[in-house]
Write a protein that binds this ligand. Structure first.
Ligand SMILES: [Zn+2]
Length: 174
C-alpha cells in the first residue's frame, strides 16, 4: 500500500445539467395534472438551487371543486386551463430571492405566459427537456420573446438509461 492509495479517482454520476434537470423531473412528479406534469428549478451561477415549482392549482384551495379535465367541449370555466398555475410561475412566485441571471431548468419548453415572466425576471437561460409543443403558436411566441430579451435556450436530453442506472445505484447505496 502506498500513501497515495486512498486518493481514488472518482467522479460524480451526474453533471450539473443532468442533476438539475433530474430535480425538475422529480418536481414534476408532485403535479396532480393527470396529463401534463411539469417541473421547474431555478439555479444561480454557482449551481445553488434558488427555487422550484410544478404545475398545480393555487395552494390551499379546495381542489375537489376544480376541474383537471381539458376537454374543450366544456366551457372554459369547467376546464383546467384557467385554474392551473404553471411550474415556472409557481417557482417564480415562491422564490424568496432574485432570479436575475439565473438558469431555469424546466421539463417542458415554457409557454408564452411563462416566457413573459421569465423575461421580466431577467432569467439568463432556459434549459428544457421536452419540446413536444414545438409547433404551437405559444412556443413560437416564447421563442420570439426570448430572442427579444436575450434569453438563451437549449434542449437537454437526458438518457433514460441514466435514470435506471441511478435507480440501481440507490439499491447499492443503502
Ligand atoms: Zn407556462
Amino acid at each position: 500500500m502506498t500513501a497515495m492509495s486512498n486518493y481514488l479517482n472518482s467522479k460524480s454520476r451526474v453533471n450539473w445539467d443532468e442533476y438539475f434537470m433530474l430535480q425538475a423531473i422529480v418536481a414534476s412528479f408532485r403535479s396532480k395534472d393527470p396529463v401534463t406534469k411539469v417541473g421547474c428549478v431555478f439555479v444561480d451561477n454557482e449551481n445553488h438551487q434558488l427555487s422550484m415549482g410544478y404545475n398545480g392549482f393555487i395552494a390551499g384551495v379546495d381542489e375537489s371543486k376544480l376541474p383537471w379535465g381539458k376537454d374543450k367541449d366544456h366551457p372554459l370555466e369547467h376546464q383546467k386551463y384557467p385554474y392551473v398555475v404553471h411550474a415556472e410561475a409557481n417557482a417564480i412566485l415562491h422564490s424568496s430571492v432574485s432570479l436575475k441571471n439565473s438558469r431555469c431548468y424546466v421539463t417542458h419548453f415554457p409557454c408564452h405566459e411563462c416566457a413573459k415572466m421569465l423575461a421580466s425576471k431577467k432569467v439568463k437561460e432556459v434549459i428544457y427537456f421536452s419540446d413536444k409543443h414545438r409547433t404551437s403558436e405559444s412556443t413560437k411566441i416564447s421563442k420570439r420573446l426570448f430572442e427579444l430579451t436575450g434569453i438563451e435556450h437549449r434542449q437537454l436530453e437526458i438518457d433514460l438509461n441514466l435514470l435506471s442506472e441511478l435507480t440501481k445505484s440507490i439499491e447499492n447505496n443503502f
